[in-house]
Design a protein around this ligand. Structure first.
Ligand SMILES: [Zn+2]
Length: 189
């Protein structure tokens, strides 16, 4: 089903359709780093896994900068914009499988240290989690695909996918909600 007009699309955006958020990534990173420590007994690998799995999201600052500039920056606005899909372009330069592959190669050739394996693993698990839980095109997390489509938000996070995720979210919030019905936007401020 496609949205018939701009206002419906806007309603969908205002509902916030990105499923995976900072606290989800923090939980995944915490569990993953605990498992790494238990299996490999490496504190450096566990710590690197934890931080790389969270800090990769700092690359969303590029979207923010592109849309709002750096004046009047606030973390609240930053998180709200990401959550509400307020950007028309998505660069997410660190969210790239190509970069994960390059890091893996660099690890094998030059570094070969537990902390670096933890870092690469945390980085990669984050991208895979985003791939699974965000309403994206299957190739969104390939940098070459994003470049090919000029970082266009609609191409990378298609409306149909966002609509599907919003419906799923609606069902969770209101189990009796009618399929496909979009309720009025809520003021999140
Ligand atoms: Zn992410």
């Amino acid at each position: 089903m496609k949205y018939q007009n701009q206002s419906e699309n806007k309603q969908l955006s205002q509902k916030g359709v990105f499923q995976i958020r900072l606290h989800h990534h923090s939980a995944i990173s915490l569990i993953g780093s605990g498992m790494i420590y238990l299996v490999f007994h490496s504190l450096s690998a566990a710590v690197a896994f934890f931080f790389s799995g969270i800090l990769i999201d700092l690359d969303h600052f590029f979207e923010y900068w592109h849309k709002f500039g750096l004046r009047d920056f606030s973390l609240r606005k930053f998180f709200r914009a990401a959550h509400n899909h307020e950007y028309s372009s998505y660069f997410v330069l660190l969210h790239s499988y190509e970069l994960a592959a390059i890091l893996l190669l660099v690890g094998f050739i030059f570094i070969r240290k537990p902390w670096f394996w933890g870092f690469v693993l945390g980085f990669t698990v984050h991208i895979i989690s985003d791939q699974i839980y965000n309403p994206c095109h299957p190739l969104t997390y390939l940098l070459l695909f994003r470049i090919k489509h000029k970082f266009n938000g609609e191409r990378l996070f298609p409306l149909e996918k966002r609509e599907k995720y919003a419906r799923r979210r609606e069902k969770k919030v209101k189990p009796g909600a009618r399929k496909g019905k979009i309720s009025p936007p809520q003021n999140k401020l």
